[in-house]
Design a protein around this ligand. Structure first.
Ligand code: ATP
Ligand code: MG
Ligand code: MG
Ligand code: MG
Length: 565
């Protein structure tokens, strides 16, 4: 590619709104242009990087047995209503109406859409397992879009969804996806860490985030210096202690409840009146040292249970994630864990004073009870990872904790039957019996990966790409291309030879001063630079520099192509 035919638009200074190095550099290097809050155009230079990331992801997904398709970004409300997320997703879900006044949303993720396809296409165990993915635009109306494409509103995600006849098959594919993610991030040359959240009694092998390690990351990871233990502190924090929440009017229930096995049993055990509006239940398991906050909507027919936040744990092995708890409990209550539940329960509900149940009653008509989060002094402290400092003993019991900041670039999850159950995605097993499918989902933030890579790889001069991600592998910087025939001839020859050798090369033939071209080559972060000038040419040389060490060396004109190939 010749720069004169391409489009390079670099800036000397970053616009004031950018604070993060990657955001500044992406704007300065002309990779992206801001159009509105959280909305960006990928300019030609940036798009080349994006496509390289996409292709690596695509290759590794294909290698791991996932099949590509392409689902629409505009999706009908009906599917989202079926799963319950039309209401639950809140304001992050951008809703739109068509000309007939029908409701749609702009897809933030695709569980519903793919489950709808699969329930129509797959009806036998013989067709399972299947793993589909696509790479497409997503929209999330983030409260605080920031850091450029790092937390945008419109962004590109690779999302994959796998369907299985049984849990064993799900765990196999989950592992295959986990391995594929490691290959992707290795190939991209990123320093990253998979962060596991084991689910203890909730079941399954759980969920992992892939965190690119960077000072500017929004997430904090706590990990043991002598074991594999690593957790996003977000997932591992305890529930806020009294004071952080509105003070309850009274403590309703604090009981030991051996062997309550279902949500329904739990409600019965708590003696919560059928007519009450149950807002939440906190389960603090004695056996497992585990805290789960379940939020319930509407009356406690329990048709909308959401485990909102997993709380702190004595042992990291009992951590779980909200979706997983939800998947485990299902929409209508389900198992509280394979061994039942033993521990304490705190419930928060409102009931109407009298006996007549009035829908839409005024707040004043309700008697509120609350739960409290305080603990008896005798009870052991839960580990609140938000407050740990380096050197604290690891909750896993092995070694001490280290802390690191991370950028979540990928997330794999065992959904189990969450969507398949709500949307009735069944198959016939080998006995001809209908069964609900097991499901997993796997995301990579393609656009975020680009920003994350820059956070990890830059200096005061600009970006430092790995070859795998760089918009070009080599840049030829001719000094005086327009005026010196020798320079022009040598640069053109190297360019032609590199092209012929299949190297992704940029010839910067813009009519700019050498200083400008050299600075731009550093800002753009292209790994190999060949500077062609009259002085070195007189000796039969060109100047070669690698972006990472920046040291220039003379290389014979006749050897430069071989050096790069
Ligand atoms: P975050 O915690 O950063 O909000 P998330 O957990 O909501 O991310 P997931 O639902 O797990 O995101 O989506 C899969 C991947 O999509 C994330 O791991 C991340 O890389 C990417 N992603 C999510 N939200 C954004 C966003 N607003 N801008 C860019 N990429 C995003
Ligand atoms: Mg989010
Ligand atoms: Mg997250
Ligand atoms: Mg996530």
């Amino acid at each position: 590619m010749k720069a004169s035919q391409f489009f390079i638009s670099t800036l000397k200074d970053a616009p004031a709104e950018a604070s993060l190095p990657s955001h500044k550099l992406m704007l300065r290097a002309g990779l992206i242009k801001a159009n509105a809050s959280g909305l960006y155009t990928w300019m030609p230079m940036g798009l080349r990087v994006l496509r390289k990331v996409e292709n690596i992801v695509r290759e590794e997904m294909n290698r791991a047995g996932s099949v590509e398709l392409l689902m629409p970004v505009i999706q009908p409300a009906e599917l989202w209503q079926e799963s319950g997320r039309w209401e639950f997703y809140g304001k992050e879900l951008l809703r739109i109406k068509d000309r007939k006044d029908a409701d749609f949303c702009f897809s933030p993720t695709c569980e519903e859409l793919i489950t709808d396809i699969v329930r129509k296409e797959i009806n036998s165990y013989k067709q399972l397992p299947k793993n589909f993915y696509h790479i497409n635009t997503k929209f999330r109306d983030e409260i605080r879009p920031r850091f450029g494409v790092m937390r945008a509103r419109e962004f590109v995600m690779k999302d994959a969804y796998s369907f299985h006849a049984d849990f064993a098959s799900l765990t196999q594919t989950y592992q295959a996806m986990y391995d594929a993610y490691c290959r992707v991030f290795n190939r991209l040359g990123l320093k990253y860490r998979p962060v596991a959240a084991d689910t203890g009694s909730i079941g399954g092998t759980g969920s992992h985030e892939f965190q690119v390690l960077a000072e500017s990351g929004e997430d904090v990871i706590a990990y043991s210096d002598s074991s594999d233990y690593a957790a996003n502190v977000e997932l591992a924090q305890t529930l806020p202690l009294s004071g952080s929440r509105a003070e309850p009017t009274q403590t309703l229930t604090k009981v030991h409840t051996p062997n309550v096995k279902t949500i329904q049993q739990l409600v019965e055990f708590l003696n919560i009146p059928v007519e009450s509006t149950l807002k939440s239940i906190v389960v603090e398991s004695e056996n497992e040292g585990e805290l789960v906050l379940l939020l319930l909507r509407g009356d406690h027919e329990l048709n909308e249970i959401k485990a909102e936040k997993l709380a702190g744990v004595k042992s990291p092995l009992t951590m779980a994630q909200p979706e997983q708890i939800l998947a485990q409990f299902g929409a209508n209550g389900g198992s509280l864990g394979p061994v039942g539940f033993k521990g304490k329960v705190y419930a928060d509900f409102a009931t109407e004073k009298g006996t007549d149940w009035v829908i839409g009653a005024n707040e004043d008509d309700f008697h509120h009870t609350g739960f409290h989060f305080g603990r008896d002094a005798a009870e052991p402290e839960f580990v609140d990872l938000r407050n740990v400092i380096e050197g604290d003993p690891s909750p896993c019991g092995s070694g001490s904790l280290k802390l690191a900041r991370g950028i979540e670039v990928g997330h794999v999850f065992q959904l189990r039957d969450k969507y398949a159950k709500a949307m009735n995605a069944t198959f016939l097993d080998n006995n001809g019996k209908a069964q609900i499918m097991e499901m997993g989902c796997y995301g990579i933030g393609i656009t975020r990966v680009v920003a994350a890579a820059i956070e990890q790889n830059h200096d005061e001069k600009g970006i430092i790409w790995t070859e795998a991600m760089s918009p070009f592998t080599v840049v030829i910087v001719p000094m005086n291309y327009k005026k010196s025939d020798d320079v022009k001839n040598a640069a053109d020859q190297i360019y032609a030879d590199l092209l012929a050798a299949g190297v992704d090369v940029l010839l910067d033939d813009r009519d700019e001063r050498a200083g400008v071209l050299l600075n731009d080559s550093e800002l753009l972060g292209i790994p190999h630079r060949i500077a062609v000038g009259d002085r070195a040419l007189k000796e039969g040389n060109v100047e070669y520099a690698h972006r990472r060490d920046g040291v220039s060396e003379n290389v014979a004109l006749s050897e430069i192509v071989a050096k790069i190939k």
